[in-house]
Every structure is written in C-alpha cells, then in structure tokens.
Ligand binder design. Structure first.
Ligand code: AMP
Length: 384
C-alpha cells in the first residue's frame, strides 16, 4: 500500500455541505492554520460564514464541483447525502476522505444495514419493503410494534412511521409508495447511546467516551458524557464502533448510534460518517474535539487524545425557542459553567437546530441539570 498523503497546516480543505457541522469543523481547521472552502447549494451558510471561500452551486453541477475540487487539497463532508457521482467528479482532482464507498453505504439505510449485518454487527431485526404487500409480509415476519423508515435521505426521524397492532398497512404504506423502505423491529431500549470513532489514514482508531442521548420528537435533545452505563457496556460500545470503522475502511470520523437494552446487549441503529450532534460536547469538554479529530484523520495526521476534560452535557437549541422573541442570551452568558454556541442561521424555524449549550459539572448528571436550567433561562422562565 502506498503511503497515505499528509496535509499539513497551510493546506486547503474542502467541505461538502454548509451546516453547523462544517462551521465547527472550519473553526477547528482555521485555528490550526488550514484554509477551508465549502460547497453547498446555499449562500451565507453556517459553514460559509467561517470559511475562506464559499461556493453556492448544485451538487449535480459537474463543472462547479470539478472547479471546487481543483482548488482544494483534500475534500471531506459535513453532510453525507451528497450524490456519489459528485464525489467521483471531485476525486479526479483532489484526495477525498472518507472515500465515496463509505458515503455510498451510509447514505442508504438498507445498504447500511446489509453491510452491518454481513459484518456481524448486532442490529434490530429488519426487512426491505417495496410495496404494501411486502409490508404485510415484513410485519408477519418481524412482528409489531415496528418502525417503517425510508431507505434513503432520512434523518432526525424524517421519513419514519411507527406501526402498531391494528394499524391499516395500506394506509401506512401510502406515504412511502415509490420509495424503497425498511421495516425495523421496535426496540424497547433502556438507553440510546452513541460512540464517535476516528480512523486515521494509517488505520489507527480512537473512540470517544460513550455519549448518552435523549431524543424529543425524534430529534436529539440532550447528550451527557460520560454515559451512565456499566464499564462492560462502555467497552463493548467502543469496541463495536472501532470494529465498524475498520470494516468500512474509513478515513475520517464516524458516529455510531446504538440502543442499549436492559440485559446489557447493544444493537446498532445507524451510522453517520461525519461529526455528529451527540459529539458537540467535545468542542468544549475534550482534549481533542470531534472537529479537530476529523481534520486530523482526513489530513493524515496522528489522532488526538479523546479523553474528556470534565463531565459534560449538551442541549440543543431549536428554532422553537424563538417563538416568543429573541432568547435571553444575557441570562446564559452570566453562567460560568455554560458555553453558548450559535450557528449563524437567520431564520429560527420550529425544529431547526439553531445552536447548542454545553455545561460542565462534577458529574454528567449535574452538568445536565445545569444545561437544562440554562436552556430554561433562555426562555426567560427564571424571571427577568
Ligand atoms: P433514526 O432517524 O433512525 O436515528 O431514528 C430517530 C429516533 O427514533 C431514534 O434515535 C430513536 O429514538 C427512535 N427509533 C428509531 N428506530 C427505532 C427502533 N427500531 N425502535 C425504537 N425506537 C426507534
């Protein structure tokens, strides 16, 4: 195998996608003396506001993609639903990490599950479904309750529907008609956890302490680190994530979302080959943030230490928080154990991720209480 190329400070990193993950990546990269270019269909994006150069063009604009790739040394992603064709155009002109093959697996739920299944990774029972008839057959095999999910382009619970006993399957299928879907066994989990793992160009892996996640309306709400789980579960989760990164041949960062069951077993829910919302704590609370780690991995540098500097908790700030006007920033900025992150998005739509808070504490539970109290204070509920 030829030696992997190394990109040192002064190099230019291209980021496909323009959201908050790219924004925080750009902050980490620019801090270390790299230049950052970003490509997405939009202008004045969260990433573009921090980048040296922002290109607004469609992912299927071959000329724009090639021109973008010519001007960067290495290309990475903050969003995995980029057409593989786009990545292949770019790969003619620059290094691409992670490789198109990793995106190909991770941007399609069914391909991802089949890959994991073949790799021997424990998963909730699943079955591919392409019609109402196949849904009935899948229900007979998997049982109810179950969750029907679109095969492609789903995130944050979009394109999902729980199916309970007695539901009309023809009606349940209607919104999925014309798309591939997967029926998945409903898991009565004890906790949702996630593991961030980086894999360098030399095949070395580094996992972060396990995150414990609470979702609200299918969107991540709170993450605490370290997770309140047994040392055995912690070790098993980290080993699973490292094994998946190896099997993917990943060069970059991967988040592995998992369900922890009452009997201590773990099932993998899904993969994201990029920084992840549950890893935001690391920006303030880790020796090496997930964004710096992504940079290190894609630049062929040694990986940084993943240990936490403090127990921490992260809460998301969704657009809903703006319902009664501008949140009370001053209240939160007066809290010395709380860090405010805002993503530079102009329009606070309901459900839109606008920012997050990270809080520190002697334990992750105390940090979580602080983070939640801080979010309440933003609503002005602690009395202005
Ligand atoms: P996903 O988009 O697949 O990550 O799903 C979003 C959220 O829906 C997950 O974080 C879980 O809270 C819930 N969920 C998804 N799949 C299942 C399942 N098979 N059983 C129970 N809950 C699920």
């Amino acid at each position: 195998m030829s030696k992997a190329r190394v990109f040192l400070p002064g190099s230019t990193i291209g980021v496909m996608g323009g959201g908050q993950l790219g924004r925080m990546f750009a902050i980490a990269a620019r801090r270390m003396g790299y230049r950052v270019h970003t490509f997405s269909p939009d202008e004045d994006t969260p990433t573009g506001q921090l980048a040296d150069r922002e290109v607004a063009a469609r992912y299927d604009d071959a000329a724009a993609v090639r021109d973008f790739a010519r001007r960067v040394d290495v290309l990475t992603f903050e969003f995995e639903n980029i057409p593989v064709q786009t990545v292949e155009w770019a790969a003619q002109f620059c290094e691409v990490r992670p490789a198109a093959s990793v995106l190909h697996v991770c941007q399609h739920r069914l391909r991802e599950k089949e890959f994991l299944d073949q790799a021997g990774v424990p998963l909730p029972g699943f079955k591919a479904v392409a019609s109402a008839g196949e849904l009935a057959a899948a229900v007979a095999e998997i049982g109810l309750p179950a969750v029907l999910k679109t095969a492609a382009f789903g995130y944050d619970g979009k394109g999902q529907r729980k199916i309970a006993p007695g539901d009309n399957l023809v009606e349940a299928w209607a919104p999925f008609a014309g798309t591939g879907a997967v029926l998945e066994q409903f898991v009565h989990f004890e906790k949702e956890i996630s593991v961030l793992v980086a894999r360098g160009a030399d095949g070395q892996t580094a996992t972060y302490p396990v995150c414990e996640n609470v979702h609200r309306n299918h969107i991540l709400d709170v993450t605490i680190v370290p997770a309140n789980i047994s040392p055995a579960a912690e070790a098993k989760a980290r080993a699973l994530a490292a094994g998946i990164a190896d099997k993917l041949g990943l060069v970059g960062l991967l988040a592995v979302e998992m369900f922890l069951l009452a009997d201590g077993s773990i099932l993998v829910n899904e993969l994201a080959p990029r920084p992840h919302n549950s890893g935001h704590f690391s920006f303030d609370a880790s020796v090496t943030s997930q964004f710096e780690q992504q940079l290190r991995a894609v630049c062929g540098l040694p990986l940084g230490r993943t240990a936490s500097l403090s127990p921490a908790a992260m809460v998301n700030l969704l657009g809903d928080l703006w319902a009664d006007g501008e949140p009370d920033w001053a209240a939160v900025l007066a809290m010395p154990e709380v860090k405010l992150h805002l993503y530079g998005k102009a329009e606070p739509r309901a459900g839109r991720k606008m920012g997050h808070l990270t809080a520190f504490g002697a334990t992750a539970q105390l940090a979580a209480e602080r983070a939640l109290a801080a979010r309440d204070a933003l609503r002005g509920s602690l009395g202005k």
